[in-house]
Ligand binder design. Structure first.
Ligand SMILES: Cc1ncc(C[n+]2csc(CCOP(=O)(O)OP(=O)(O)O)c2C)c(N)n1
Ligand SMILES: [Mg+2]
Length: 665
């Protein structure tokens, strides 16, 4: 039997129908609609090696409309990845390699976790950016070791989401010509035909961003799709959006073109009718050998990677230093120089004991370690001077200018964060980005995705409390620190001085699978009385910064950030009144919670139940450490516009109040 392109696309359709039916859960409409586009892209264009999903030279494929996960699983299976037909039969089941939405690390060949619409597209912008930046840094004339495309599938939902604007606007400015996106223009989203809620002129919108737009492509015509991709490949300074007219659930006689097929199994009867309609005779999960043969990308992939390896070997012979550095960067290992640089920062801060804002300490730390971290990719969402994220030698990325290491993201917190995720996933970079802590809420789902994927991204979030003063309640974080602490696998640091800030940076750089967020003060904070031991223990997230005189504490004051200073002052006053208490600084609650119980017990002995936690934010989480008999001095209401010292006083952050609260226990 000769296999036609339609047969090949139909294999994706039937595998999708069958897997969704078996799970009685999932989204058949999009894979059935985009099957022809996917088939052409994967069989005629995509450079990848199923035997090595980690080959750095591969093209990146991202399913931003992640609900259509079966499309990606079918492709990975058919082209020869380690994803068997049994795996497809386990679609959406416990511990399977085929989860409901594509999950980074769960499935070989899945480049990023998608499902939260719009973010996959923004990740794709980040990957395409990383590729062009890495190319600018490492490629040499006649030695192109970095040269791949990033392909993104996306739907109406991705384009309705605001983050698509933020990311695509930047992609236009940067001129990411290796980014090629396929818009699944099927006129359907969950609620029905989109005409009543999505009337954008999408081609005009993307042209306005400076993209190359190919409108009105028949998404079921392989030749038209091929032609569009060829045209995209010719671009030298613009990303491409290929607008593909498709029919959702294509092939289903009764459900195609309707929202019924978006997210529900077709049912046995309709599947039988669809098989008939497609001229497909095989049983469920049965794919003819001829189709496997046509899709199999193992030989092509091995040859492509082999050719790249030869190229890299020549590069290595000519540029041994660069080649070693390239390998180190892609492995994500900090250089030995970093250890020295950060150790020096910590020891300088200890020696100088500066009274500075932790945002300033962070800026000094960045300055001190940047030379040892060529993978650093800094940036800020238009708050560079406030976030102190830029170091002196940084080179700005800009309009069609990608040789650099600092990004002015503009006022786009969510876009910045989702782009950083893409950059981190691509490899070779350690992205960090700044904004005011209050706007972490704008970034929040991307921060969550960093944590869910377990990737290294550093969020530098300044102006961490009412301590910012006059800008008032819109700008004063109250619930942010604690609400960020609720995100699993995110380290939230609220350092109390310069040393703790450097320790936070050290941890953030070294943790490969945990993103870190630094909540930093606007106002100056005094240096804490550090010893070798306190610095070592700061690395454990919480530690005794100053014990009661003589070591016989009858109470504990726990504080973070700017409130540690207050705790120390209250400790002195309590001591005068005959109450010996210890002060615990807890810059990273998650890290402290991960320590062994013996260490935790040494810091917070069970026998001492008189405890007061002090933090200029919501109180709820602190009861975990002060217990039922403890007190928390915090803020469970919005802030106010006034000078910071007045706010601290009015909201009860005074030595007298701490003393009174402690004595009332
Ligand atoms: C941020 C976000 N909001 C809502 C959803 C829930 N959701 C999943 S698919 C979908 C509709 C998307 O429409 P479209 O992209 O056109 O997909 P199609 O039905 O065409 O496959 C929605 C609202 C989501 N996954 N992410
Ligand atoms: Mg749609």
């Amino acid at each position: 039997m000769t296999v036609t392109r339609t047969d090949l696309a139909n294999a994706i359709r039937v595998l999708t129908m069958d897997a969704v039916e078996k799970a009685n859960s999932g989204h058949p409409g999009m894979p059935m609609g985009m099957a022809d586009i996917a088939e052409v892209l994967w069989n005629d264009f995509l450079q990848h090696n199923p035997a090595n999903p980690h080959w750095s030279g591969r093209d990146r494929f991202i399913l931003s409309n992640g609900h259509g996960s079966m499309l990606q699983y079918a492709l990975l299976h058919l082209t020869g990845y380690d994803l068997s037909i049994d795996d497809l039969q386990q679609f959406r089941q416990w511990h399977s390699k085929t989860p409901g939405h594509p999950e980074y690390r769960d499935t070989p060949g899945v480049e990023t976790t998608t499902g939260p619409l719009g973010q996959g597209l923004a990740n794709g912008v980040g990957m395409a950016l990383a590729e062009r930046m890495l190319a600018a840094q490492f490629n040499r004339p006649d030695h192109e070791i970095v040269n791949n495309h990033t392909y993104v599938f996306l739907g109406d939902g991705c384009l309705m989401e605001g983050v698509s604007h933020e990311a695509c606007s930047l992609a236009g400015v940067w001129g990411l010509n290796k980014l090629i996106c396929f818009y699944d223009d099927n006129n359907i989203s969950i609620d029905g035909h989109v005409d009543d809620w999505f009337g954008d002129d999408t081609p005009a919108r993307f042209e306005a961003y400076g993209w190359h737009v190919i409108p009105h492509v028949d998404g079921h015509d392989p030749e038209a799709i091929k032609k569009a991709i060829h045209s995209a490949h010719k671009q030298t300074a613009k990303p491409t959006l290929i607008c593909c007219k498709t029919v959702i659930g294509h092939g289903s006689p009764n459900k195609a073109g309707t929202h019924d097929v978006h997210g529900a199994a077709l049912g046995a009867e309709e599947i039988a009718l669809t098989r008939k309609n497609l001229g497909w005779s095989g049983a469920a999960f049965e794919i003819p050998e001829s189709i496997y043969h046509a899709y199999n990308a193992k030989a092509k992939g091995a040859a492509a990677e082999g050719a790249w390896k030869e190229k890299f070997a020549k590069y290595k012979a000519n540029f041994p230093k660069e080649a070693a550095e390239f390998e180190r960067r892609l492995a994500g290992e900090p250089s030995a120089d970093f250890d020295k640089a950060i150790a020096k920062m910590i020891s300088d801060f200890r020696k100088d004991a500066p009274k500075i804002a932790t945002r300033v300490a962070s800026g000094k730390t960045i300055q001190g370690i940047a030379a040892s971290l060529p993978e650093f990719l800094g940036g800020s969402a238009d708050l560079t001077p406030s976030n102190n994220t830029r170091w002196k030698e940084a080179i700005d990325i800009g309009k069609h200018r990608l040789m650099g290491n600092y990004i002015h993201y503009g006022v786009r917190e969510f876009g910045m964060s989702a782009i950083m995720n893409g950059v981190s996933l691509y490899g070779g970079f350690l992205p960090f980005g700044g904004t005011f802590l209050i706007f972490s809420d704008y970034s929040r789902n991307a921060i969550r995705m960093s944590a869910l994927m377990g990737i290294r991204v550093v969020y530098v979030m300044t102006h961490d409390s009412i301590g910012l003063g006059e800008d008032g309640p819109t700008h004063q974080p109250v619930e942010q620190v604690n609400s960020l602490r609720l995100i699993p696998n995110l380290h939230v640091w609220r350092p109390a001085d310069a040393v703790e800030t450097a320790v936070a940076w050290e941890s953030a750089v070294k943790l490969a699978r945990t993103p870190s967020l630094l909540a930093l003060s606007r106002q100056n904070l005094p240096a804490l009385p550090h010893t070798d031991e306190t610095v070592a223990h700061a690395r454990r997230g919480g530690y005794v910064i100053k014990d009661a005189e003589g070591g016989k504490a009858k109470g504990i004051l726990i504080a973070t950030g700017s409130e540690v200073e207050l705790a120390l002052a209250a400790q002195a006053k309590l001591a005068e009144q005959g109450h010996p208490v210890r002060v615990v600084s807890m810059p990273c609650m998650e890290l402290f919670a991960a320590q062994d119980t013996a260490y935790q017990e040494s810091v917070l002995p069970t026998s001492i139940s008189k405890r007061v936690a002090i933090e200029a934010g919501t109180t709820g989480l602190w009861y975990k450490y002060v217990g039922l008999h403890g007190a928390v001095i915090g803020i469970d209401h919005f802030g106010a516009s006034a000078p910071a010292p007045i706010l601290f006083e009015k909201f009860g952050f005074t030595v007298d109040n701490v003393v009174v609260r402690f004595q009332s226990l």
